[in-house]
Design a protein around this ligand. Structure first.
Ligand code: ARG
Ligand code: ZN
Length: 884
């Protein structure tokens, strides 16, 4: 059953208030709901259809009167009232549910003995019958009753307005959320939890109580999350003028959670791994992820909750925008360049492949079978790039004006991507041309640039052409509106002032001589288009797509020496990194060719020297250096090949790594020694950068499998005082099979077996390993006492980690495919959302050689033909098999 955007209809009935009562028990939970229903248009009478699944209906009343059997109809997914009263009425429904048995982690479920909920996108219908769609917004109250000893803490959205004891050792709490909200933002938590308490005073003087809830032993691990929350609250006031709107903000950390976190109004629920951190247990990467996700969920209070989505096709309206906001927040808290590099790498490694495969979909999808399958890198990350392009085109203050108008127009509403677009356009009186195509056309645009300098006319011309590849259901595309930020470097490496550009036969002024401009944004909107810069006396080196101003694949006529020049001089640090990456990608592709032709591999000295000059440049930021000396991922290279060859790409990447390590051994060694510190762990850019560079250097050195260097890594492992350094040393050692590796892995487990989040890292490290034949080890870890197929984090670490090793997952003998195929079917019975995320690893099977294709296809066919398959897995597997 596929659902289409074009079929959207406004609801016939709206809800004014929803009053819920939960009687939480050990066997079952009774949910009573009382809904004030009214018709959207007065006088209409038509059936009222409520969503509901896996519910046992106990009773149903209208205006206090129990309905007779013939007055309603229940099927697997709905409760239908064929002829409800004309005008407003009260609907009372009582259902029985079984949270203890709910392993899907959707709706109301138990995690480590505590009750919690996950309703987005369509989980509320597993709690009670409702119009479970985001354009039905209501004011909620929630009364929770439970055993006082087992569930001392009872939380829901909004304000606590009453609480007290009940007979039989029970107690209750009554919560009221004054803001209208869709059902997907409802939340309930009940359990044995303790909190870290803090407060934040908003700009206008509201004193907000902040609480982060965890099992008592974990409270000490919430300091960084609390710091992140306060920083996010302050940042949103400063950058967007947005303040928190209630007196209480709760965060709860739960160990069993399908996704990262959820922005339920005033009661955010988080996967523990995105809340809990101590220097000894969490890495810099974990600290950064916590900062970003705490920010993300908090920012949803305005972009998602106050203004929500009309329907789920509009998901990027809130997610693309909120990812953009969290990216900006993290940038401002750390290094903007490095954050941009991380985000663009993520886009290239995960979103580009999706956009080029059978699951390619626009930022606003046209259809879905299971909405949960569309919480994707396209909706989130490409969606964030689309929001970033508004800012690039309108400037910071123009973007802010657009945001202000968006809230002014739509506060309290459920709206669409066009509404956001219109606010941006209208606030700036801007011509946004065909910008909306970014929401409707899938596929990564391919942009080509050729350049020409005319010394006599002193002009420099850039000719652009663009092509958007066909994607499933979209064979033909139109040209997109692509903002290309650009600067021109002179022969000394300085930015040239840009004064004017000829376009469509007109000269557009960029700047006057007394206010030089060094970066301008070209608006490329046609299939082919020329821009000609005026007053360019010498042939410049162009710095194209500065800051990665549009999510496209760019091909230019820059030579290697142009790229080395940009790597050394570009004032746009992102493009400095990019120049190095383009060089590395070219080099890797050409060595892959050599490898496939059985030629011996050899490395261009100029490349090594380029890396050395970055490594030894003390004026550069250390985290930037760490990024710049890191080779593009294997996936990125395979993505650029006609037929992906994981063995060749892996061999080449390892070869280059070792060559760099060998040639730069002394520099790398001194980097490691000079970057040590005995100071206590601090999460700040300076220290993270230092650790990143040290640990990147250590990984290079350890890749040589030289006993002396392995010992160096062992010393780092033993002397580490924080998880960042300890885990990096462990990972460095684990690159090479052997006794040292086995010993240090088991030492690590013994040390950390009591901490499930650290144990997950240990699973992931082994699972992701490129060691030949690793599938057997992963298979063995499936029955490790610490592993549990019901916990999503463990599955993502072990199964997801394994699929991240290209050589092992795509092993020629099909062992990796077989392993995944079997696990997916097992998982699907427990948790379809998690199974569906895992089965996605198969989706790009057509990219490989015929032999691998046949093996992967056989697994997909086995999966789609399995009895009782979930819609989640069915959608991904069947779309993967369909020819596109
Ligand atoms: N809205 C949440 C976030 O991005 C994610 C919810 C995901 N839910 C799902 N069923 N996939 O912050
Ligand atoms: Zn989100």
């Amino acid at each position: 059953r596929e659902i289409f955007l074009k079929d959207y209809k406004m609801p016939d009935y709206l809800f004014d208030t929803v009053d819920l009562k939960f009687e939480l028990g050990e066997e079952n939970t009774i949910v009573s709901s009382k809904i004030a229903v009214y018709p959207r248009a007065a006088g209409v009478s038509c059936p009222l259809v409520l969503h509901g699944s896996e519910l046992k209906l106990l009773s149903i009343k209208i205006d206090g009167k129990e309905l007779k059997k013939e007055e309603f109809h229940v099927d697997h997914r709905h409760l239908t009232l064929p002829s409800p009263p004309v005008g407003a009425f009260t609907l009372e429904i009582v259902t029985e549910i079984y949270p203890q048995k709910n392993t899907s982690l959707e709706g109301l479920y138990k995690s480590s003995g505590n009750f919690c909920t996950q309703c987005e996108a369509e989980g509320f219908r597993k709690i009670t019958f409702s119009q479970d769609r985001p354009d039905v917004m209501a004011r909620y109250t929630c009364r929770i009753e439970a055993d006082k000893n087992l569930y001392p803490v009872l939380l829901s959205n909004g304000n606590l307005i009453e609480q007290g004891n009940l007979e039989g050792g029970k107690h209750y709490a009554l919560w009221e959320d004054p803001f209208k909200k869709p059902s997907y933002l409802f939340a309930l938590v009940a359990g044995q939890l303790e909190c870290r308490d803090d407060k934040f005073v908003t700009r206008s003087g509201r004193e907000v109580t902040l609480r982060i809830w965890t099992p008592s032993e974990d409270v000490p691990k919430t300091a960084h999350a609390m710091y992140s929350l306060k920083a996010a609250m302050k940042w949103d006031e400063e950058v967007f003028g947005l303040e928190y709107d209630l007196d209480l903000f709760n965060i709860v950390a739960v160990p069993d959670f399908n996704m990262g976190a959820m922005e339920n109004k005033s009661l955010n629920i988080f996967n523990s791994k995105l809340v809990l951190a101590l220097p000894e247990t969490a890495t810099d990467g974990d600290y950064a992820a916590i900062l970003g996700v705490i920010g993300h969920e908090y920012f949803h209070n305005w972009t998602g909750n106050r203004v929500t989505c009309r329907d789920w096709f509009q998901l990027s309206l809130k997610e693309g925008l909120t990812v953009f906001r969290d990216q900006e927040f993290s940038s401002d808290m750390g290094s903007r360049t490095v954050k941009r590099i991380v985000d663009v790498s993520r886009l290239r490694n995960f979103q580009f492949p999706q956009d080029a495969g059978p699951m390619a979909h626009p930022v606003r999808p046209h259809s879905y079978i299971k909405m949960d399958n569309f919480y994707t890198v396209t909706v989130y990350e490409k969606g964030a790039e689309v929001v970033r392009m508004y800012k690039t085109l309108l400037g910071s203050s123009g973007f802010r004006k657009g945001m202000d108008l968006y809230f002014k127009r739509h506060d309290g509403q459920a709206v669409t991507c066009e509404d956001f677009f219109a606010a941006m356009r209208d606030a700036n009186d801007a011509d946004m041309s065909n910008f909306l195509l970014w929401y409707s056309q899938a596929g990564t645009p391919q942009v080509k640039v050729t350049s020409f300098h005319d010394p006599d006319a002193k002009t420099y011309s850039l000719k652009f052409s663009q092509e958007v590849p066909s994607t499933p259901g979209q064979p033909v595309k139109e040209p997109m509106f692509i903002p290309v930020a650009i600067g021109l470097l002179d022969s000394s490496g300085k930015d040239m002032p840009l004064t004017g550009v000829y376009h469509d036969g007109m000269l557009q002024t960029i700047s006057l001589p007394d206010q030089p401009v060094y970066t301008t944004v070209l608006r490329v909107t046609k299939k082919e288009e020329e821009f000609k810069f005026a007053n360019i006396p010498e042939r410049p080196i162009p710095s194209l797509l500065r800051g990665y101003s549009a999510p496209v694949r760019l091909d230019s006529d820059l030579t290697d020496s142009d790229l080395f020049f940009l790597l050394a001089h570009d004032s746009d640090e992102f493009n400095r990194w990019e120049a190095g990456q383009i060089l590395a990608r070219k080099l890797m592709l050409s060595l892959v060719d050599d490898f496939q032709q059985n030629k011996s591999l050899s490395l261009n000295l100029k490349f090594i020297e380029g890396i050395r000059s970055i490594l030894c440049n003390s004026s550069l930021d250390k985290e930037f250096i760490a990024k710049a000396i890191t080779l593009p991922g294997e996936g990125e290279i395979m993505d650029m090949m006609a037929v992906a060859d994981p063995d060749a790409v892996h061999a080449v990447r390892s070869f280059i790594k070792k060559q760099i390590a060998l040639s730069l051994k002394e520099d790398l060694l001194s980097t490691v020694t000079n970057s040590r510190s005995s100071d206590p762990y601090v999460f700040d850019h300076h220290n993270m950068a230092r650790r990143a560079l040290k640990n990147t250097s250590l990984a290079y050195l350890a890749s040589l499998d030289d006993p002396e260097l392995t010992n160096l890594a062992l010393d780092e492992y033993k002397s580490a005082t924080n998880m960042t350094d300890q885990f990096a040393a462990l990972a460095a050692i684990a690159q090479n099979p052997g006794q040292v590796r086995d010993d240090v892995l088991s030492d690590f487990y013994t040390k950390w077996r009591h901490d499930f989040l650290v144990v997950n890292k240990w699973f992931a490290l082994q699972a992701m390993s490129d060691i030949p034949g690793n599938v057997a080890n992963v298979q063995k870890l499936l029955s490790h006492p610490a592993f549990d197929l019901r916990n999503p984090n463990k599955v993502y670490s072990l199964i997801g980690g394994f699929c991240g090793s290209h050589v092992n997952f795509h092993a020629k003998d099909g062992s990796g495919y077989k392993f995944l195929g079997e696990v997916v079917l097992q998982l699907d019975k427990i948790n379809p959302q998690v199974a569906s995320r895992m089965v996605s690893a198969f989706s790009r099977w057509r990219r490989y050689d015929e032999h691998r294709q046949a093996l992967a296809k056989a697994q997909l066919e086995m999966i789609v033909s399995a009895n009782g398959l979930s819609e989640n897995v069915y959608e991904i597997a069947s779309k993967s098999l369909a020819s596109c």
